[in-house]
Design a protein around this ligand. Structure first.
Ligand code: GDD
Ligand code: MG
Length: 365
């Protein structure tokens, strides 16, 4: 069977990371974001994957060549000349998605969860209708698509994208399964699946909702990326299947649990990590450093006695001694922060060197 992943544009909300590296390749728990989805699809038996993009994907093409070979799958880049929204890309990939009668998966690229694709497909095949939407609950539904079902059933009665008034708290998790017949509803033009296609299928009573168990997060912006990155950490079994994590629970530097460290990272025994810390390949954490709720990307260096909280330290960056970095600070690639500084909520562009404190949140260009 096949799948289409809506990869979309330049990932501007994840800057400065996406100034250096395509968003789908930004590491999420030490593995390119898109690989988590691809590997979960492969486990569910998917062989053909379409990546719907609206930019020139050279870097991704070369990285994903290896993935194709490793898993024996086909990855096709479907490149839009103008952004086609969330439905138009299905029409553009019609030849692949509609090549047989089997249903296909569609994924938003910026969501993380346990990806229960097999149970989802069983559900879809059992109800025999045109489409299925994975649904999760959130406290603040106004930033999402809200799903309302007919009482006591899984049949979706209404789909309301980004509701202004409260209609419910069960929201679209951004993962779908459709029969190829949906392609007859979609024209090759910019179209929102949420605003145009779902209401039409729901009106025909052909759309069902599948309740997602476990964690879920849209990780399209830094704050949610950080929160989302830490959600899978306790789900060791899920993670073990994706990339065997090095979880050195015996070392004294792990504090409060949920710490994922690449085996090639070097952590000084007097550093204290956790809870909710991810350390990438080749990173170095110095003596007495204290890290919590943060992500340190590959080859970054955190020097002696620094304090890092609620922040993303970009690849190859260097944080000096006795420095305090916090409040959703995001350092791009190869940023240097000098010794004894305070960095509060800064977004620092690649290759910058910071030598005075940043006391209020701002972008450093
Ligand atoms: N190829 C392509 N072309 N992809 C696109 C385009 C486009 O023109 N526009 C958006 N996408 C991709 C994005 O990259 C993302 O993976 C997905 O489509 C959804 O777009 P977002 O911009 O992230 O939408 P959202 O987060 O505001 O809302 C969507 O996701 C929510 C769950 O996170 C909707 O599907 C909501 O209903 C849903 O609740
Ligand atoms: Mg999103």
């Amino acid at each position: 069977s096949h799948a289409l992943i809506l990869v979309g544009g330049f990932g501007t909300r994840l800057r400065p990371l996406t100034l250096s590296w395509p968003k789908p390749l930004v590491e999420f728990c030490n593995k390119a974001m898109i690989l988590h989805q691809i590997e979960a699809l492969v486990q569910a038996g998917v062989k053909d994957i379409v990546l719907a993009v609206n930019y020139r994907p050279e870097v991704m093409v070369s990285v994903l060549k290896k993935t194709e070979e490793e898993f024996g799958i086909n990855i096709t880049f479907s490149v839009e000349t103008e952004p086609l929204g969330t439905a138009g890309p299905l029409a553009l990939a019609r030849d692949i998605l509609g090549k047989d009668d089997s249903p296909f998966f569609v994924l938003n690229s910026d969501v993380t969860c346990t990806y229960p694709f097999e149970a989802f497909r069983d559900f879809h095949l059992a109800h025999k209708c045109e489409g299925s939407i994975m649904v999760t609950k959130v406290a603040e539904p106004s930033a999402y698509g809200v799903v309302v079902t007919k009482p006591g059933t899984t049949v979706i009665d209404r789909f309301v994208e980004k509701p202004v008034e409260f209609v419910g708290n069960r929201i679209n998790a951004g993962i779908y399964m459709f029969n190829p017949s949906i392609l007859d509803r979609i024209e090759l033009r910019p179209t929102s699946i949420e605003k145009e296609i779902f209401p039409a299928i729901a009106a025909d009573q052909q759309l069902h909702s599948f309740d997602l168990a476990g964690f879920w997060m849209d990780v399209g912006q830094p704050k949610d990326f950080l929160t989302g990155e830490h959600l899978p950490l306790p789900v060791a079994s899920h993670f073990a299947t994706l990339s065997p994590p090095h979880r050195p629970t015996k070392n004294k530097w792990v504090y409060g649990g949920n710490v994922l460290v690449d085996p090639t990272a070097e952590i000084d025994p007097t550093a204290v990590l956790g809870p909710n810390v991810v350390i990438g390949p080749g990173a170095k954490i110095g003596p007495g450093a204290r890290l919590q709720r943060c992500v340190v990307l590959s080859n970054a260096v955190i020097r002696d006695h620094s304090w890092i909280a609620n922040s993303i330290i970009g690849w190859n960056s260097n944080v000096g001694r006795w420095t305090r970095v916090e409040n959703i600070t995001v350092l791009g690639d190869d940023v240097t922060i000098k010794d004894e500084l305070y960095v509060n909520g800064a977004s620092v562009l690649p290759h910058k060197s910071i030598s005075t404190s940043i006391t209020e949140p701002r972008i450093v260009m």
